[in-house]
Design a binder for this molecule. Structure first.
Ligand SMILES: [Zn+2]
Length: 318
């Protein structure tokens, strides 16, 4: 059963809408664009692996993108979680183009994309840390002796995997995503044959679901941006430029001439995503670049929002 689908990650959604609203002179803009590309590659890889794992959903319980808070302000984010009757499998998903080399002696991962070599955090160490943290988390939630296995799933079937050092050790835990279902089925069958104890799968998955949070970061803070630096305006649904102007009951793009009745709806979503979950009439006028208090108020009233008289703001929360 697929208990938790993979949402499009919040940091990725935020970057997608923040970049077109970042002034072109801002020095961190290239870093933001690079960050967006990297997160998008990761997300595409994750979706690709999800596709392969679908076949296991009939037999096992699957949760994607599990983000759990740990004591002392720490947290773990696990790309995919598979609960079988005998064990928990945690899957770390990696999406690389070219050739990757696991150096088991120096514990480093090197990617060669044909142009240059780049070093990455060693995924095995990352997975082992997650394994340990999860073990502690389960222990804190009164689940004892739960076997936890991990796999590093390589999303792109074209990625060449090389090993310097312990090839067999790496082959045990690193696999192309397409082989993952079979590998899990085999290990699970071995547990079954060895008469392993059955896990309380429903209780464990309920506990994880009830504490699972959506992973988020302070994207403005990360790049040293302030709310005031965000470019206001209504984006054109056709050309994407923040150039929609209010004309009678329509929005019209100064750039391409596109007419739209509801281009402002997306702008409100962006406001809530990037700036705040509260908006006053005045803030909304600034964000939409409109001069009419009445128009702002009329539009805000048309959404399914809650108005707080005391603070004179609207919010999605109720
Ligand atoms: Zn346009």
């Amino acid at each position: 059963m697929l208990l938790r689908k993979r949402p499009k990650p919040l940091p990725l959604r935020k970057l997608e809408v923040l970049i077109p609203r970042t002034p072109s002179y801002f020095s961190c803009l290239p870093d933001m664009q690079q960050d967006l590309a990297k997160r998008m590659t990761g997300y595409i890889g994750e979706k690709r692996v999800d596709y392969h794992l679908r076949s296991l959903a009939k037999k096992y319980t699957i949760l994607h993108d599990v983000h759990l808070k740990l004591p002392y302000g720490n947290s773990i984010q696990i790309d995919s979680f598979i609960l079988t009757p005998y064990a928990i499998f945690i899957i770390e998903i990696k999406n690389y183009k070219g050739t990757i080399t696991f150096d088991t002696l120096l514990k480093q991962l090197i990617r060669d994309d044909g142009e240059k070599e780049t070093g990455f955090k060693y995924p095995i160490t990352q997975a082992e840390n997650h394994q340990l943290h999860l073990e502690n988390w389960l222990h804190d939630h009164h689940f004892a002796n739960v076997p936890i296995r991990y796999f590093i799933a390589i999303a792109d079937p074209g990625t060449i995997i090389k090993v310097e050092g312990d090839k067999q050790g790496i082959a045990k835990v690193v696999t192309h995503a397409e082989h993952l279902p079979q590998r899990i089925l085999e290990i699970d069958a071995a547990y079954a044959q060895s008469n392993s104890a059955n896990l309380p799968v429903k209780k464990i998955s309920d506990a994880i679901l009830s504490e699972c949070e959506e992973f988020d970061i302070d994207i403005l803070g990360k790049y040293g941006m302030t709310k005031e630096m965000i470019l206001p305006g209504v984006g054109c649904p056709e050309c994407g430029v923040l150039a929609m102007e209010r004309q009678y009951a329509n929005w019209k793009c100064r750039r391409c001439g596109k007419l739209s009745k509801n281009a402002h709806t997306r702008a409100l979503d962006v406001y809530f995503l990037l700036i705040s979950d509260k908006v006053t009439n005045r803030e909304y006028m600034w964000f939409l670049k409109i001069n009419s208090r009445h128009l702002a108020s009329r539009i805000l009233k048309s959404y399914n929002l809650t108005y707080f008289q005391k603070g004179k703001y609207w919010t999605k929360k109720r």
